[in-house]
Design a protein around this ligand. Structure first.
Ligand SMILES: Cc1cc2nc3c(=O)[nH]c(=O)nc-3n(C[C@H](O)[C@H](O)[C@H](O)COP(=O)(O)OP(=O)(O)OC[C@H]3O[C@@H](n4cnc5c(N)ncnc54)[C@H](O)[C@@H]3O)c2cc1C
Length: 503
């Protein structure tokens, strides 16, 4: 670890997407910024690891909402294309139903044709559904999502109301979809994107049909080399702006003096600053790093939150090509409701869960040795489950059996590398509350101003990341970092450089 600076205008805790975004944004306005990250690399849940020619992205694999990345790099005076070699996937993804696979093509017109072939009249209904979803996307991204969530008044500005007229926003997404479509496959395809938001479609506001616009109209993209390339790009952009990164540094305490945040203690050393942006998991920062009098929320508040699911992940190296797979594969060959009950109603290990297989080596030869396949398998699970190797092994068997049943391929004899990752690892690696993977769910009661507040009770401390506004996912985490940086910048405007009070 290189030596920590005694003073920075801003300290950012955590180098996930939110921390990288906050740090780069603050530095671009001329502030001295130090990032402290407990791992030896940036990325947080989006880290990567390599093993004998395989390179695995550990978390996110869907590059959606390209406009958010364009805005981020644009605000820093560069362009996405300066950093990333993006390709649009076509098909966007393959869905495996029990009746067989369906490819979701790139582009709205092609999806319209697909839906018409499944349900008479669904093509035209989808065209209209998507126009509304597009209006919501523009409204949501322009007005709702880029709000720090301080007060309900943010949603009631007069400028918003004309844009919101006639849109179905606060009813449930599930009802919104079912009002328009009846083929169960179309319903599942249209409800799938909100699983990113961490809640059941019946408990997610209809505003989020904007995700269908993101899916169909804006497309599914892939940065060649892997999703971790986004992290590298943000880190190099932040470094260009002057941010100093310190890896392998665990922050142990947020320091307070005179009723405001004045820095942190990390690895037993004091680092002073005029503001702190905490971009590690919110619950960990408040409960473990902040003294009790400055916590806005107690343990019972957190116990009452609906967390987004945790996940059981299998990273697999396969010594043959699997032509049955597209880049993204959703196995919806089993009913969702029993699985959803184990996630949201009765936390337990599911019998035959829905799962997702990412095969980036279908697109990108650099992530696997020649003739091999790089697979990442994800099963959403209830947060808070105790580590249980026999359940993990049973689910591995279930997934392998179903892949064999649907594709005719038994992967097991061809596995040359396997690594499992679940709650225990999320907790140990990220201090994740109840081993959550995607933060706090975007339920109707946990949206916008109903999320844990970005401004701490302790003046000068701000939160960023997937447990505060605007919510889980890479693009929202990026926006969260920008919003927290704006808050911190406003706070810093009252100080002359170097004013933190020694503890
Ligand atoms: C398996 C998986 C798949 C996903 N798939 C997608 C997808 O396809 N598309 C998408 O958009 N989103 C996806 N997501 C969600 C997305 O990855 C997250 O919402 C986003 O990465 C969260 O970023 P963050 O910065 O809020 O948190 P994190 O990435 O967790 O960053 C927090 C950082 O803080 C550090 N830290 C914690 N405590 C301390 C401490 N005390 N001191 C110093 N550092 C500390 C951690 O090490 C970490 O680096 C996925 C998530 C997972 C887990």
């Amino acid at each position: 670890m290189n030596s920590l600076p005694p003073f920075s205008d801003a300290i950012v805790v955590g180098a996930g997407f939110a921390g990288l975004s906050a740090a780069a944004t603050l530095a671009s306005s001329g502030k001295s910024v130090t990032v402290l990250e407990r791992h030896e690399q940036a990325g947080g849940r989006a880290r990567a690891f390599s093993h004998e020619g395989f390179t695995f992205d550990m978390g996110p694999s869907w590059y959606w909402m390209p406009d958010v990345f364009e805005d981020f790099f644009g605000a820093l005076g560069s362009e996405v294309n300066d950093h990333l070699d993006l390709i649009r996937l076509d098909p966007s993804y393959r869905v495996w139903f029990d009746s067989g696979p369906v490819d979701i093509p790139a582009g709205s017109a092609a999806v319209q044709d697909l839906f018409e072939s499944m349900e008479v009249g669904a093509g035209e209904k989808f065209r209209r559904f998507l126009i509304e979803a597009g209006r919501k996307y523009k409204l949501g991204m322009g007005r709702f999502v880029r709000q720090a969530g301080h007060t309900p008044l943010e949603l009631l500005q007069p400028s918003i109301l004309p844009h919101a007229a006639g849109l179905s926003l606060f009813g449930s997404l599930s009802k919104h979809v079912r009002r328009n479509f009846s083929d169960p496959r179309i319903i599942q395809i249209l409800e799938f994107p909100v699983l990113f938001l961490g809640a059941r479609p019946s408990n997610t506001p209809a505003l989020y049909s904007m995700m269908n616009y993101a899916d169909t109209a804006l497309g599914t993209w892939y940065p060649m080399g892997g999703m971790n390339r986004i992290v590298n790009a943000m880190e190099s952009e932040a470094t260009r702006q002057g941010v100093q990164f310190h890896y392998g540094v665990d922050v142990e305490e947020i320091l307070e003096s005179g009723g405001r945040a004045i820095g942190v203690v990390a690895e037993g050393r004091t680092c002073l600053s005029d503001t702190v942006v905490a971009a590690a998991d919110y619950h960990h920062v408040e409960q473990d790093l902040l003294s009790k009098e400055w916590r806005r929320y107690d343990e019972s508040y957190w116990q009452g939150r609906t967390m987004a699911p945790s996940s059981l992940l299998f990273y697999l190296g396969i010594e043959k090509r699997i032509d049955h797979f597209e880049h993204h594969n959703l196995f919806f060959d089993s009913p969702f409701e029993p699985h959803a009950e184990t996630i949201y109603d009765d936390p337990s290990w599911p019998e035959h869960p829905l799962f997702y297989v990412c095969a980036p080596s279908r697109t990108d030869a650099s992530v696997a040795p020649p003739g091999c396949e790089n697979l990442f398998i994800l099963i959403p699970l209830a947060p808070g489950l105790a580590h249980d190797e026999s359940e993990q092994e049973r689910l591995f068997g279930d997934v392998m059996d179903r892949i064999q049943m649907r594709t005719g391929e038994d992967l097991r004899p061809h596995i040359v590398f396997r690594r499992d990752y679940a709650h225990r690892e999320f907790e140990n690696d990220y201090n994740a509350f109840r081993g959550n993977a995607y933060g706090l769910a975007n339920t109707i009661g946990q949206t916008a101003f109903l999320k844990p507040k970005m401004r701490s009770k302790l003046p000068g401390l701000f939160f960023a990341g997937q447990l505060t506004a605007p919510g889980p996912g890479v693009p929202p985490s990026l926006i969260s970092g920008q919003l927290a940086a704006e808050e911190a910048n406003e706070w810093l405007s009252q100080f002359a450089h170097g004013q933190a009070i020694p503890a």
